[in-house]
Design a protein around this ligand. Structure first.
Ligand code: HEC
Length: 116
């Protein structure tokens, strides 16, 4: 039920996203982005940001929809599973030990350029 609700929230957020064609971001532009929610911002700064704003890490840059859209197309559940289990050079949980699955879902939306 909770997963279904989250999926619905994500789908709704996807529909309201702007339709402008995505542009690549520089690492500096990516690093300047911060989640609006202060608690999420702290979680992000303590984990995801260290890789997802650094091109050499091979992680898709936060906010760069040219990199995120193909991943987003896999669906929110697949992305959450990747974050929980780890993928390639990303450790399980994205190195965020305090993040709940709901936190990870919100962080993924933010990083994929779909913060509500
Ligand atoms: C140690 C570096 C590192 C950290 C920290 C990190 N990531 Fe990642 N992340 C990566 C890399 C590298 C990839 C690309 C993996 C691949 O596709 O091989 C990735 C990819 C992803 C993906 C896309 C997965 C897919 O299936 O395409 C998601 C979602 C993601 N990260 C979420 C997060 C979240 C949320 C956090 C913080 C809680 C986080 N990451 C922290 C390195 C990191």
């Amino acid at each position: 039920m909770r997963a279904l609700l989250l999926s619905m929230i994500i789908l709704l957020a996807g529909c309201s996203a702007s339709q402008a064609p995505p542009k690549p971001l520089t690492a500096e532009q990516s690093a300047a982005l911060v989640p609006k929610d202060a608690r999420l911002a702290a979680l992000y700064a303590g984990s995801c940001k260290s890789c997802h704003t650094v091109k050499d890490s091979q992680a898709p840059l936060t906010g760069d929809r040219t990199l995120w859209d193909p991943r987003w197309a896999k669906g929110p559940d697949a992305l959450l599973t990747s974050a929980l289990q780890g993928k390639g050079k990303m450790p399980a949980g994205g190195q965020c030990f305090e993040c709940s699955p709901a936190d990870l879902t919100k962080l993924i939306m933010f990083m994929a350029g779909r913060e509500p």
